[in-house]
Design a protein around this ligand. Structure first.
Ligand SMILES: Nc1ncnc2c1ncn2[C@@H]1O[C@H](COP(=O)(O)OP(=O)(O)OP(=O)(O)O)[C@@H](O)[C@H]1O
Ligand SMILES: [Mg+2]
Length: 288
């Protein structure tokens, strides 16, 4: 049913052999509730070094909450999140689990970069200043050093000539690329992306996906919540389908997109194709 997703010939076979080591991120039996609502229900996942994991699923299924738990932007209630082997968010005292201090949390998550749907750039700072800000304030780099690194990062995302521009003078795609440069400047070991292209006009999506593809090719470890199925099919080593707070299906793109048996995944993909077919007809006619 999923012939519309273009898989490169190598998609299911080329996974670089990796040095044997623990996963960069390990999640075991993760549970999170907001009041009475159980948003994550026993999530297990591993993200290996240099792996690209794409996370798909219906609205409200818990995708953003999962990413936010990985970055310690949300607390979790049960289970474990380990970053490079270290428990995130909690420590142990007298044999009991206790909440870690903010300083300890910041230390464990220091190698995680995150990019959101909204770019959240400072409007009163230029692109270069936005990228430099955390280098100066968090990493406390000397100004010249921060500036060199920020310029190099802007170049990485194809914005070498936009350092002096204020966000209001940049397109959405350019602003999102500045946000990516800002995260990369901190030299993260993993980048988390939460629907980085869904606030963009369609014609600007490609330039951001291009930057992300290049990052993946350069070996960056990435977890990407996305509705861009073509991107997931091309770039992901592993695709996870989250449904109602659980990882319902995970596998290589081919397994998830072409051999889907799970009825809710099939329904989700069908809705996606119907919507896309609708727009490729110019938005006319009935959606199925
Ligand atoms: N801060 C919060 N307080 C209360 N409920 C929340 C909070 N954040 C998320 N939720 C609820 O948790 C559930 C999962 O939300 P989440 O944002 O993780 O979903 P999602 O899969 O990212 O959805 P979308 O595709 O729409 O972004 C939803 O029912 C949402 O309403
Ligand atoms: Mg979300």
């Amino acid at each position: 049913m999923n012939a519309m997703i273009d898989l490169p010939a190598s998609a299911s076979s080329v996974v670089e052999p990796r040095a044997p080591s623990s996963p960069l991120i390990e999640v075991r039996n993760l549970g999170k509730r907001f009041g009475d609502v159980e948003v994550l229900r026993g999530v297990d996942l591993d993200i290996e070094r240099s792996e690209v994991v794409c996370i798909i699923g219906p609205s409200g299924s818990g995708k953003s909450t999962l990413l936010r738990c990985l970055a310690a932007l949300e607390t979790y209630d049960t289970g474990e999140v380990r970053i490079e082997g270290e428990l995130l968010g909690y420590g142990e005292k007298n044999g009991r689990r206790v909440r870690a201090s903010q300083g300890e949390i910041n230390r464990v998550r220091r190698n995680i970069g995150m990019v959101f749907q909204q770019f959240n750039l400072w409007p009163h700072m230029t692109a270069l200043e936005n990228v430099m800000e955390a280098l100066l304030r968090v990493q406390r780099l000397p100004r010249a050093h921060a500036q060199r690194r920020a310029n190099a990062m802007l170049e990485t995302v194809g914005l070498a000539n936009k350092g002096d521009a204020y966000p209001a003078k940049l397109s959405g795609g350019q602003q999102q690329r500045v946000a990516i440069a800002r995260a990369l400047a901190m030299e993260p070991h993993i980048m988390l992306f939460d629907e980085p292209t869904s606030a963009l006009d369609p014609e600007l999506v490609g330039e951001v996906l291009q930057v992300m593809k290049q990052l993946a090719r350069d070996g960056m470890t990435m977890a990407v919540v996305t509705h861009e199925m073509g991107f997931a099919a091309q770039v992901a080593d592993k695709v996870m389908f989250i449904d109602q707070g659980r990882i319902a299906v995970q596998g290589k793109p081919r397994e998830v997109f072409h051999d889907a048996r799970d009825p809710r995944l099939r329904q989700f993909l069908q809705n996606y194709f119907d919507r896309n077919a609708f727009w490729s007809r110019g938005g006319e006619g009935e959606t199925a």
